[in-house]
Design a protein around this ligand. Structure first.
Ligand code: GRF
Length: 216
């Protein structure tokens, strides 16, 4: 009696990470992607500048690409080149991890709905490049971090998951940022793994894991 065919090994979700900075978020995902059953594997890292995140990728043996705006005539050309550089890695999922530029129409046409961003505030509060500083300056007692699906706006896409972080009376921007980013790294690792294993379904502003309809 011939043995039943071995089911194909479920290929881990191919993840491309976009970064502009130190890459501590990328490092957290790289540490997780070797865990059995995690569901995602970083197959490429793309940056808009020679960021330390590219060094972390190379140290981990992950291919990289640099797509710097200064090398292109205009934003649209840069956006097309960025989309092409990501497409080379044939991703199932894209994560913006400290990527400090807005992706445009060419990128969203190809990767919209499966591109996630992480932000160090509880969106829609305090969007933009200074979420931690703005929350501290406003005087909130609770802030946190958000993972959301990327749309054409600035930190405005549908929310996938959030984590609250208390602001302590003696916090300064550095101490608050450190606590938020620790929570953020955990949240990003959890959300990316689950999205890769179960899929993400976006309908309007509602996002659910799985491939079924939200709320089904
Ligand atoms: C994260 O807090 C991210 O939300 C923000 O920049 C930080 C990324 O830091 N946009 P790193 O480059 O991953 O260390």
């Amino acid at each position: 009696m011939p043995s039943p065919p071995t089911p194909p090994t479920r290929a881990a979700g191919r993840l491309v990470v976009l970064a502009s900075g130190t890459g501590s978020t990328l490092a957290a995902v790289l540490a997780a992607h070797d865990e059995p059953g995690y569901g995602a594997r970083v197959v490429g890292v793309v940056a808009d500048r020679p960021a330390a995140a590219l060094d972390r990728a190379r140290d981990a043996g992950v291919p990289t690409a640099l797509v710097a705006p200064a090398d292109f005539d205009d934003r649209a050309a840069w956006d097309r080149a960025l989309a092409q550089a990501v497409a080379v890695f044939d991703p199932d999922l894209v994560l913006l991890a400290g990527f400090m530029r807005l992706v445009g129409p060419a990128f969203l046409d190809r990767f919209g709905g499966r591109t996630l961003n992480t932000h160090p505030a509880l969106l829609p509060a305090f969007p933009g490049a200074h979420g931690v500083r703005d929350a501290l300056a406003y005087g909130v007692t609770l802030t946190g971090c958000t993972v959301h699906v990327v749309d054409a706006g600035l930190d405005s896409g549908p929310v996938v998951a959030q984590r609250a972080v208390e602001v302590l009376p003696d916090d300064d921007e550095g101490t608050l940022r450190a606590r938020i980013q620790a929570a953020e790294r955990e949240l990003v690792v959890q959300v990316v793994g689950r999205a890769a294993r179960e899929g993400l379904h976006v309908e309007g502003r509602r996002v659910r894991f799985g491939r079924g309809r939200p709320g089904a």
